[in-house]
Design a protein around this ligand. Structure first.
Ligand code: NAD
Length: 498
């Protein structure tokens, strides 16, 4: 069985592991690798080399840094099949979805390649007699990224290209169920010419994260994961004097208005609810059907959901893989069971799906539930599985109240053909990312990504311009060059003698 080590100072690093954990293939239920869990000594080593490398990197020209990013972009393209297969094996998502996440992640590399234009400062001449002021942005130092399991390549790529191009060193803590994509990325950075020590990978869970959050050699933390953990991250990291951005969980709602194209809405809701087995922070688990259209909408969603081929991610034609673990499956099925026991109606039931030849895989088929009690855990909690809940409202006003009453505010969408309602929705909805006839409104990488309310702790969204601000500090320089000192004459005489 393969052993997965840390990556420190430009090489695979066994170090002094604190523990070992199995890495499972969720489509088969079999353990496929053993992951070494980094000890505090391993983390200290990573921080030490990162701090040293960062000092030189901060003085490396933008031209050189940019050339490395261009090379990295090429290498990620060249190796996307290898990265995608590692994701499928450990996460379970289907191959085309894995390629999709690499492409979305690579957009941040594209952004990083052109970032110099955005790192320009400001200059004001003669703000006082003979006095000028200008601003620059400098790197924060050593940055750590703590990542969730559901996008093993894309979420870290929201962070490291921007952290690195702006002069920081980066320590990545991937999620333990799917660590291999991060190690491929580490190898590719080295191939791209990134100096050793600037990109390190350390694997672990709560204990290692606590050591990262309290480590005096780490200056900033980017976190993406669930809200309860985001709260711990933000509190502990800020108490230890670190800059922190913590993106949390979600419970995204879409409103479907009676004037919407219900065939279009049905197709897109099916893919937003069930794609990646619902394991996306921008997945769509709740639809609010307005004005008596629920029956027709559900019929349309079911007809598309029935076409989804569920199975192991590398099999031809598969569009949806298993969920991440047996525990996740138990939790998701349990949420649906409990709602049903409370009177909900399961109108499409994927709970008992078994895939031939993969009987131990953690598969759940697309599931749709109606008549759900809005106090039930199925409605209130983040499901993070292929389950769609349909609730109903009589009017737009009632629907937007339902959407805004929930504590999360990651993404939200409306399906309508009425520009006035769409315009009103974009102003009134309490969410960081809004879709109009777009159910998963994930911004491209040159915009920033982030939610409101319980979906984001800290004040910076991730990647794009806000990512760049997060990984840099502003400096304002006020300068004066008095000639009275005789400095000018001294220079002239030096030149003459020379
Ligand atoms: P998670 O919160 O369980 O884990 C995220 C990271 O935190 C992992 O690296 C994990 O090792 C670490 N961690 C877990 N428990 C910890 C603890 N008690 N103390 C310190 N560290 C801990 O999330 P997950 O299950 O890996 O990923 C799914 C979650 O991530 C969902 O809630 C999803 O919505 C969210 N997510 C959010 C976004 C976003 O952009 N807002 C994007 C992707 C995923």
């Amino acid at each position: 069985m393969t052993t997965i080590e840390q990556w420190i100072n430009g090489a695979s690093y066994a170090g002094e592991p604190a523990d070992r954990m199995p890495v499972e293939n969720p489509a088969t239920g079999e353990n496929i690798a053993e992951l070494l869990i980094a000890s505090d000594a391993d983390l200290d080593h990573a921080v030490e080399v990162a701090r040293k490398a960062q000092k030189a990197w901060a003085k490396t020209s933008m031209a050189k840094r940019t050339a490395i990013m261009y090379k990295m972009r090429e290498l990620v393209l060249e190796h996307q099949d290898e990265i995608a297969k590692a994701i499928v094996a450990e996460h379970g998502k289907d191959y085309s979805d894995a390629i999709g996440e690499i492409q979305r992640g690579r957009e941040t590399l594209d952004f990083a390649c052109g970032v110099n234009a955005q790192l320009k400062g400001e200059y004001s001449f003669d703000v006082s007699t003979g006095v000028d002021i200008h601003t620059i942005r400098q790197p924060v130092g050593v940055v750590a990224g703590i990542c969730p399991f559901n996008f093993p390549a894309m979420v870290p790529m929201w962070m490291h290209p921007i952290a690195l191009i702006s002069g920081n060193a980066f320590i990545l803590k991937p999620a333990t169920p799917a660590p291999s994509a991060s190690l491929i990325i580490a190898r590719l950075y080295q191939e791209a010419g990134l100096p050793d020590g600037l990109f390190n990978v350390v694997a672990g869970e709560k204990d290692l994260v606590t050591s990262i959050l309290t480590h005096p050699g780490i200056d900033a933390i980017s976190f993406v994961g669930s809200t309860p953990v985001a709260r711990i991250i933000q509190k502990t990291a800020t108490e230890h004097g670190k800059r922190v951005q913590a993106l949390g969980g979600a419970n995204n709602h879409a409103i479907v208005m009676p004037d919407a194209d219900l065939e279009f809405a049905g197709k897109h809701i099916s893919s937003a609810a069930f794609g990646a087995a619902g394991e996306r922070c921008m997945a769509l688990p709740i639809v609010v059907a307005v004005g008596g259209i629920a029956d027709e909408l559900v019929k349309n969603v079911i007809s598309h959901a029935n076409d989804i081929k569920v199975g192991p991610g590398l099999e031809e034609g598969v569009q949806m893989g298993p969920v991440i673990s047996a525990d996740a499956k138990k939790r998701i099925v349990g949420l649906v069971d409990d709602a049903e026991a409370g009177g909900a109606k399961v109108v499409l039931d994927g709970r008992n799906l078994v895939i031939e030849g993969h009987e131990n895989g953690h598969f759940i088929g697309p599931t749709i539930v109606r008549n759900v009690d809005m106090d039930s855990a199925l409605y209130r909690e983040e499901i993070f599985g292929p389950v769609l809940v349909i609730v109903e409202a009589d009017t737009y006003e009632e629907a937007i109240e339902i959407v805004n009453a929930q504590p999360f505010g990651n993404g939200s969408a409306i399906f309508t053909n009425d520009g006035g309602v769409a315009r009103r929705f974009q102003m009134e909805v309490e969410a960081g990312m809004v879709g109009i006839n777009v159910p998963i409104p994930t911004p491209v990488a040159y915009y920033s990504f982030g939610g409101w309310k319980d979906s984001l702790l800290g004040d910076h969204h991730i990647h794009g311009p806000e990512g760049l601000r997060f990984y840099t500090r502003a400096k304002a320089i006020t300068s004066r060059w008095p000639t009275e000192s005789g400095a000018y004459e001294a220079t002239m005489s030096f030149k003459r003698e020379d």
